[in-house]
Ligand binder design. Sequence first.
Ligand code: SF4
Length: 322
Amino acid sequence: MQSRETSADLWHQKPYYSLDAWCKNTYGRKLYKAALDIGCTCPNRDGTLDTRGCIFCSAGGSGDFAASRQLSVTDQLNQAKALLSSKWTPEPGKPSLIAYFQAYTNTYGDPDRLLSCYEEALSSPEVAGISIATRPDCLSDIILEGLNRLRLRYPDRFIWIELGLQSIHDHTAARIRRGYPTSVFYDAAAKLHARKLPFIVHLILGLPGETQLDLQESIRAVNQVHPFGVKLQLLHILKGTDLALLYESGKLPVLTQEEYLDLLISCIAALSPDICLHRITGDGPRKLLIAPQWSLSKRNVLNRLHALMKQRNLRQGDKIEK
Ligand code: SF4
């Protein structure tokens, strides 16, 4: 395990290993996400498994910040570049975009079309790599082999797969209508490891019925599977979701900021220090967010997190449970 001094340098003075630190260590600069929508759907939406989606999922399929699906990948990337122009100027030989295939399930559909969308992004000179949001039950062998070919064809680009796990517990999965058993996640993780495709696991904090112990068990399981990264996301209650109905009926308590930070700190402290934290809070789209409203002030949440971790003298990996 790294010493505190080494990790302080590698983590750029944060008490955890952030995506930002990974980008600076790997590229010597910040990378920017371009959220894309390539017109996918989801088996939990199109009737294959269900039509209602996960209970927290908005009509935009968790891609509420993505560009228009009417545009090509190249046009969506150009649009993202224009939006980023106040903070980033493209420089030849310095790709700085992460093409984030975000909306719905981005490995679900015609494999040829999907693979050509990934390749369109990978071949853009401004793209450092791509990140593909999906479900572990939507990683067919054809897609995995295609991704493996792209990995070999573009060795100076990265390809990440983001798996919406949310919880390791099947009882929670049933409650949130995730639509696949956790065993499928373990199978997918093994297939991705076998093909050297780095993956990022999404977990949600504050899911209905989940205890702190449930969450710790999810972190322990993630440590064992050992992905490249983890996204820890606060449960957002968004307009038009079944979760919103539950909340409005008074049956769903939401976390206060202090409760969330306590849970988050216990997760970070229990997470293996070499797993990169790609997200530790999450941005609920302002126009859709019902609760918790305090989450809109992301800067404030992060400042409070850093202050509390300092006060408690805690860093990522300090409390790993075996
Ligand atoms: S798997 Fe993703 S896109 Fe599909 S319903 Fe659940 S959150 Fe939405």
